[in-house]
Write a protein that binds this ligand. Structure first.
Ligand code: FAD
Length: 696
């Protein structure tokens, strides 16, 4: 018997669902040596998650494929509430906007998970120059962490054995087959599938089935879903419990006289339970249907084999009566029992991480499963990438658990409330304490929408986020990390002074987007369009009124410090790389654009010169009125003083890390000292791979 092949990889990702693909996308964008394996032989094609929140679309935009979502997905605009009237017959009681107005330049969309996985696969291929692709039909069989090496930056302390599966092993059992239904459950090819998905039906792994490989990894990211093998291999558990509620889900092309079938609807019937309608692409509609007839047994589990599409659909017809509902085409269906659970830890030794469904499960109705899962690895991916490259200190990895575990807890709490709103019947009258008041339902729904948009995420203080407040979630962090993170916290007084410089740029939240004009060519840009997911930190210099001599002197002094050989910027930049290869500087000034000159009024470091490419015209912007697209009024909207400006640091994932005064350079330097692996003055930076600027 020949010895198994052995290899080293910086990052190994287990599972190619939305969370794993997002992690792989970061590795591709940051030029990391990474692999992604999945036990299934094809991506999914229909069913599963379908809601895409505005924050997720902003993230897709930073990766470069939001345009595909925008074109193909169904844009949700309105929610209708349907409740029983005095006679107990359902009627439309209210309509509200689907996305909270003004929270983002995008609105919530719906499209099946298979399409989203498609775009990720394309994006990863493009940005990795085809070096990272999903290795399908590959199963990890053992995972061992060498604890003696976990503190060594250069070590590969995690050893994983991989086995290539046979075609049969890699093809999951279909729920449809199990229930003798003719409808596919999402892994089979859908009639509505796009042609460009066909390549995924062919297995790509060339390795002979049964072949074993031993992989030594610096970091492993377990994104292998709710039944996570990685979680079990680490000995970690999900805590929480299954609820008694069973729901059915169907993707159908409905034939109906229900007037709001093309709107998102919450339908509460008087006696027959509730239903949620989600209009979808390609004339489809998803129905979430409460199955009152199916009840769990004494063990708390429902017998899912008894659930058929017919049973689910009959329940839907009863809820929506007196309107008629029928279908001829069903694309996918499933049934689930809500389990609200969260992992007791999100990592082991900051070397193996869990993300997505592997560490939190909840009901899918709020459309959060896929979004929060992708946002987990959007938070983690760049951190692992920059640590691997030697740009960031390894202890920033502790912020993954501290930042994301709280989000998962909030989500489960939200899901608990949101599910209850659907499950408890409407109050019959004022004296009905059990039922739910429909005005309360509406208010809760609107609050829920804000939460569900993903815009409320607000990360706590750490060496990546300079703010006051309680350290939000330390879990079982090592004493060393806890000390580091506590030290990073600043006093309430100091923080309020800083935050007052940019009242609408809350530290810890993602940077909101407003339009500004390119100084060089007057083109309006949403500022977020300039914050690409390329692994670079960004300093956004609100330069204020650059035409004032006093203000210009402040900006010149700030830039001279940035330019000095001992500055953090010069020290972190490798000698053979451009000055913006690790930290990118964007300037937004408040003077009239036509009265200012790029080369005359702005120090060179704000628009660096390259001997082959000339001046960089993409870095300086004016907060001014555009010719065709109105006025973004960025200073006003960001709450920044137009004369004096301020300095903002934005992390590679677009979250605001720091706000400070232009004169307070030392404070800014402290921020970067806290999270970057800065070489001593005069020592050349040793970064093996450096992000190439992604051209826009
Ligand atoms: P997953 O999407 O589960 O991806 C995990 C990946 O890991 C899979 O590709 C799997 O093949 C792979 N894998 C698993 N084990 C191993 C292993 N040992 N080795 C290698 N690879 C492995 N969400 C909604 O928002 N709305 C819905 O209607 C909805 N319906 C759902 C219906 C079903 C049947 C399921 C299973 C989920 C549904 N979800 C829904 C949830 C949503 O799909 C998940 O929240 C989301 O997919 C989580 O992404 P993930 O990447 O964490 O995990």
């Amino acid at each position: 018997i020949s010895k198994p092949k052995e290899s080293n990889v910086d990052v190994l990702i287990v599972g190619a669902g939305p969370a794993g693909l997002m992690a792989a996308a970061w590795m591709a964008h940051c030029g990391i040596n990474a692999r992604i394996v999945d036990k299934r032989n094809a991506k999914i094609f229909t069913g599963q998650a379908d809601g895409i929140t505005c924050r997720t679309i902003e993230i897709f935009d930073s990766l470069g494929f939001a345009d595909r979502v925008w074109k193909e997905a169904l844009h949700l605009q309105e929610i209708s509430m349907w409740n029983p009237n005095a006679e107990g017959v359902i009627h439309r009681s209210d309509r509200i906007p689907d996305t909270v107005i003004g929270v983002s330049r995008f609105q919530q969309c719906v499209l099946n998970q298979g399409r989203i996985e498609r775009w990720f696969i394309d994006n990863i291929k493009k940005y990795s120059n085809d070096t990272i692709s999903v290795e399908r039909g590959v199963l990890p069989e053992s995972l061992v962490i060498d604890e003696s090496k976990v503190e060594d930056d250069d070590a590969y302390p995690v050893t994983v054995t991989l086995r290539t599966l046979t075609e049969e092993e890699a093809t999951p059992v279909q729920a449809a087959t199990a229930s003798k239904s003719v409808v596919s459950d999402g892994l089979f090819r859908s009639n509505l599938m796009q042609e460009d998905d066909e390549a995924d039906l062919l297995r790509k792994t060339q390795t002979r089935p049964g072949t074993e490989e031993i992989v030594h990894a610096k970091y492993v990211i377990g994104c292998d879903g709710a039944r996570s093998w990685t979680r079990r291999a680490l000995g970690l558990e999900l805590e929480g419990e299954a609820t008694d509620y069973i729901w059915g889900v169907m993707d159908i092309i409905p034939i109906t006289d229900f007037p709001d079938i093309r709107n998102r609807c919450a339908v509460h019937s008087a006696e027959n339970g509730s239903l949620m309608v989600i209009p979808r692409e390609n004339r489809m509609v998803r129905l979430y249907i409460q199955l009152k007839e199916v009840v769990p047994d004494a063990s708390g589990r429902a017998d899912r084999s008894k659930i058929t599409p017919d049973l689910i659909f009959r329940a839907a017809q009863k809820i929506i009566a007196p309107y008629k509902l029928d279908y001829e085409y069903c694309d996918w269906w499933t049934a689930y029992q809500i389990g609200q659970r969260i992992g007791n830890s999100f990592d082991v030794h900051n070397r193996v991480f869990l993300a997505g469904d592997a560490v939190h499960t909840h009901s899918p109705k709020a459309g959060q499963g896929m979004n929060v899962s992708m946002q987990d690895t959007f938070n983690l991916g760049w951190k692992v990438a920059l640590v691997t490259k030697g740009i960031c200190k390894r202890d920033i990895l502790a912020t993954y658990q501290s930042e994301r575990r709280r989000i998962a807890q909030d989500l489960i709490e939200f899901d608990h409330k949101f599910s209850r709103l659907f499950l408890v019947g409407p109050a019959k009258d004022m004296m009905d304490a059990e039922g739910i008041d429909m005005e309360e339902f509406k208010r809760a729904f609107m609050r829920g929408n804000m939460f569900a948009s993903g815009m409320q995420v607000d990360y706590g203080p750490s060496n990546l986020v300079v703010k006051a407040g309680d350290w939000c979630e330390q879990g079982d962090r090592s004493e060393k990390s806890a000390k580091l993170l506590t030290e990073a916290k600043i006093s309430d007084e100091k923080f309020s002074k800083k935050q007052a410089l940019a009242t609408e740029i809350p530290v810890g939240k993602r940077l909101a987007s407003f339009k500004v004009l390119s100084q060089a060519d007057a083109r309006p840009w949403h500022i977020q369009e300039r914050l690409k997911a390329d692994g670079r930190f960004r300093i956004v210099l609100f330069a204020g009124n650059i035409l004032s001599a006093q203000q210009k002197a402040r900006v010149d002094k700030f830039c001279a410090k940035l330019d000095a050989p001992e500055s953090f910027l010069q020290r972190i930049t490798p000698a053979d790389k451009a000055i913006d290869s690790v930290i990118d500087i964007l300037t937004i000034h408040s003077s009239p654009r036509r009265d200012t000159e790029l080369l005359r009024d702005f120090p060179d470091i704000l628009h660096p010169f390259d001997h082959h490419l000339g001046w960089d015209y993409t870095k300086v912007y004016a907060d001014d009125v555009s010719y065709h697209e109105g006025f973004g009024d960025a200073y006003k909207n960001y709450g920044v003083d137009k004369e004096r400006g301020c300095v903002v640091v934005v992390r590679p994932d677009q979250y605001v890390a720091y706000v400070g005064d232009i004169d307070d350079f030392e404070d800014l330097e402290n921020y970067f000292e806290g999270c970057l692996r800065l070489p001593a003055v005069g020592v050349a930076q040793d970064i093996s791979i450096v992000t190439e600027t992604v051209s826009s």
